[in-house]
Design a protein around this ligand. Structure first.
Ligand code: TEU
Length: 559
């Protein structure tokens, strides 16, 4: 086995605090609400909790626009609440990973207020300014701007500032060593409090060529790849390791936006002393209509062949060094069962379990999105007004200005819109699913009457209890963490099957990714050797040819 480390053996559970549990009736989830759910989280058998941003923020992008890196968002509570939360997690043996959002800050951060106040201000160079006398800067595409323009003009100082995301998220200037020192010192502040790691938001984007040349043609149509390739990026990450990460026993994971498979090791090869893990976007792109602009998805779903290829390719990258990750959803993505399974009532639970099986039997650390353990589904809003997300709203406005097909857009958002993954957590069948006594900031999925934690708690066959069995299985069998991965029957468009091998131990995973019964012949030489470790149907008959039920998933040791 490779070097064994706690973060390789961990199952990471992602909590979107805004939607998890509201303790004070203002309709927004908060830290005290989360504290009240720690026993529940512990009961899942996960080891690490990743919290989306909890810092001071005017919430233009739900906390990804930070106005104070050393304070807690007012909606979420106080620093005393955070300290209590951290203690409560550590008492239960849970580690805590926070979001590090340092490609940009909020325009309401004191640094930006200073920076904007005059060209001579000492904070001017904390951000990227382009003085008007140099002419109009070369085009940069913004993800969240209504006009798609990443340069915003500032009347007062007659200059443009850069914002890859919204106008309220100006990009920080990492080329300035003072800025970098501020960031490192802030990171140490949180580590000294005792947190156990950072998930690093769009960290590949931090380095920029400050001459802002035209984007080379090879990046046209995929400018994120250009953003992810700035000069000195790896110098900064190595410096961050020297100044901060290397001094603590903590984990770090890059959001790998724009990073291709041949670049991934540059981030996570341990010899380079940068980061521990990176999560890629290639899996999320499977089934997208090319040209991503409005995140359209193919009506016919996705190709399992392509899905298998992508995950197999990424497994291989980390086979010798570095370490991978695996996820099928997060706060930027639709619910995994809607996107990758079948969310119709007959298949929702069983396909959720299959996807859970996949996540917990692949090599690499699983990142499991809170709510998926209940089999929560996309909300599929019919009206654009129901969306709160800046991305959806601005894409809509942009499309409207272009005279595009708005009805088609709203239809597509039912699959891809980010708010699908952000609806409040479904605790029970009472008003507002027990999430809040007030009016929730985002509408609840009406299926909470059936799909909720309390109901699933009582049902031994629920998605929830299946997830618990799956985390227990992974804890029990190191082969599932460290074992080598081998894809079987690559050309099969319906079945995803693989083995995991560690020393003498060998286990087979068979996943029927369809809503029909399928038969699958074991490759020559493979023989099931005993009771399944996990199975999402009551029975499993080992045979040379397996008869699989719709969305059946089995994990069975081999002889
Ligand atoms: O997302 C980064 C990113 O690349 C986004 O463009 C993401 O892919 C997009 O939402 C998909 O359409 C991170 C955070 O995860 C996201 O929530 C933030 O909005 C964004 O950075 C800005 O901080």
């Amino acid at each position: 086995a490779p070097n064994e480390t706690w973060w390789k053996e961990a199952v990471v559970y992602q909590v979107y605090p805004r939607s998890y549990k509201d303790s004070n009736g203002d309709g927004v989830g908060d830290l005290r609400g989360l504290i009240s759910k720690l026993d529940y989280i512990k009961s899942l058998g996960v080891n690490v909790i990743w919290l989306n941003p909890i810092y001071g923020s005017p919430n233009d992008d739900n906390g990804y626009d930070i106005s104070d890196y050393r304070a807690i968002m007012k909606d979420f509570g106080t620093m005393a609440d955070f300290d209590e939360l951290l203690r409560g997690m550590h008492q239960r043996g849970l580690k805590v990973v926070l979001d590090l959002v340092v490609n940009h800050s909020s325009d309401e951060h004191e640094w930006f207020k200073q920076s904007k106040s005059g060209r001579d201000n000492p904070y001017r160079d904390y951000y990227h300014w382009w003085p008007e006398e140099k002419g109009v800067p070369n085009k940069r595409q913004s993800f969240f701007d209504v006009k798609g323009d990443a340069w915003a003009y500032d009347e007062a100082t007659k200059a443009y500032y850069l914002h890859y995301f919204s106008r309220k998220q100006p990009d920080l200037n990492w080329e300035n060593p003072k800025l970098r020192e501020e960031i490192y010192s802030m990171m140490r502040f949180w580590f000294d409090k005792g947190i156990d790691g950072f998930r690093m938001d769009v960290i590949p984007f931090i380095a920029k060529d400050t001459t802002f040349p035209p984007i080379p043609a090879k990046y046209h149509g995929d400018f994120g790849r250009y953003y992810a390739n700035g000069p000195h990026l790896h110098d900064y990450l190595q410096e961050m390791h020297r100044e901060v990460l290397g001094k603590y026993d903590v984990m770090s994971v890059a959001e790998g936006a724009g990073v291709t498979s041949d670049q991934a090791l540059e981030f996570v090869d341990p010899a380079r002393k940068e980061l521990n893990m990176l999560y890629h976007f290639e899996g999320m792109g499977v089934g997208n209509v090319p040209g991503l602009k409005y995140r359209m998805r193919k009506h016919e779903g996705y190709s399992l062949l392509e899905f298998k290829q992508v995950y197999t390719k990424w497994d291989k990258i980390f086979a010798e060094k570095g370490w991978g990750t695996i996820y099928l959803g997060n706060h930027d993505q639709p619910r995994m069962v809607t996107r990758w399974g079948d969310d119709r009532p007959a298949f929702r639970a069983v396909s959720s379990k299959l996807l859970t099986t996949f996540l917990l039997t692949m090599r690499g650390t699983p990142y499991y999105f809170g709510g998926d353990e209940l089999g929560m589904t996309n909300i599929k809003f019919d009206k654009i007004e129901d969306y709160q997300d800046i991305e959806t709203r601005n894409m809509y406005a942009q499309l409207k200005a272009e005279g595009g097909d708005l009805a088609q857009f709203v239809e597509a958002q039912k699959i891809s819109g980010r708010d699908n993954g952000r609806t409040p957590f479904q605790w029970d069948a009472s008003a507002n699913a027990g999430f809040s006594t007030g009016t929730p900031w985002l509408k609840l999925n009406p299926n909470y009457a059936q799909v909720n934690a309390a109901a699933e708690e009582k049902d031994p066959n629920s998605v929830l209890n299946y997830f618990r069995r799956a985390t227990a299985m992974r804890r029990q069998h190191k082969v599932l963490v460290y074992g080598q991965y081998q894809l079987l029957d690559a050309a099969n468009p319906h079945i995803y099957a693989y083995t995991r091998t560690l020393g003498k131990e060998r286990v087979l995973v068979v996943l029927n990714f369809t809503s029909e019964k399928r038969r699958w012949a074991l490759p020559a030489g493979l023989k099931a050797g005993g009771a399944p470790w996990l199975n999402n149907y009551p029975t499993f008959a080992p045979a040379a040819t397996l008869a699989l039920e719709p969305w059946q998933a089995v994990v069975v040791p081999l002889r």
